[in-house]
Ligand binder design. Structure first.
Ligand code: SF4
Length: 84
C-alpha cells in the first residue's frame, strides 16, 4: 500500500529533520512545516492539515520509505500520513 496523504499537525518546532530526510515532500518554513505543492494533486504548499489533499501520481509509492523515515524522526510526532 502506498501513502496517499501526508499532513502536518500543530506543534512543529521547525527542527528541519523532515526536510533533510525527504526534501521532495517536506518544506520547513519560519514557523511550521509544509507539504510541497509539487507532490500534491491540489498544488498548494501548506500544512495540508485542513483538507488533507492527496499526493499526486506515484509520489506516495516512490517516496514512501523517505516519508515514513521523516515521520518516525520527527521529535514532536506531528507528521501524519494515510495509506490506501
Ligand atoms: S521533523 Fe517535525 S518538528 Fe521538525 S520540522 Fe519536520 S514536522 Fe517540524
Amino acid at each position: 500500500m502506498a501513502i496517499t496523504k501526508v499532513w502536518i499537525e500543530d506543534g512543529c518546532i521547525v527542527c528541519n529533520a523532515c526536510e533533510t530526510a525527504c526534501p521532495e515532500v517536506f518544506h520547513v518554513t519560519e514557523d511550521t512545516c509544509h507539504i510541497r505543492g509539487e507532490v500534491r494533486e491540489d498544488g498548494t504548499d501548506d500544512t495540508n492539515l485542513a483538507d488533507k489533499h492527496p499526493l499526486k501520481g506515484d509520489q506516495g509509492a516512490s517516496l514512501e520509505d523517505q516519508i515514513i523515515e521523516a515521520a518516525e524522526g520527527c521529535p514532536v510526532e506531528v507528521i501524519k500520513f494515510e495509506k490506501g
